[in-house]
Write a protein that binds this ligand. Sequence first.
Ligand SMILES: [Cu+2]
Length: 106
Amino acid sequence: MVLAFAAAGVTVAAEKKAAPKQHAAPKQHAVSIKGMKFVPETVEVAVGDVVVWTNEDMFPHNVFGGPLNSPILEPGKTYRWTAEKPGEIPYHCSLHVVMKGTVRVR
Ligand SMILES: [Cu+2]
């Protein structure tokens, strides 16, 4: 009797080929929250990109709207979010509803 250990083709994925450049590598976009404004007010990103809001004011804000739902951001705190699908996302600060911004995901 022959125990055939079919050498399960254990191949080492040798070279990681450079991925085809259809999509650029994810980028990080910074939005400052200062002077009761989101700066820049509109940010354009690609799917997979990350947006980081930083509260540079002396009092708390948040980022709220659609998939954006940050905790209250005390001064100096940040909120990171990854864009998952195309679309336009209007958002605001729910503590100061006059503060508005838009994320455009392409
Ligand atoms: Cu605010």
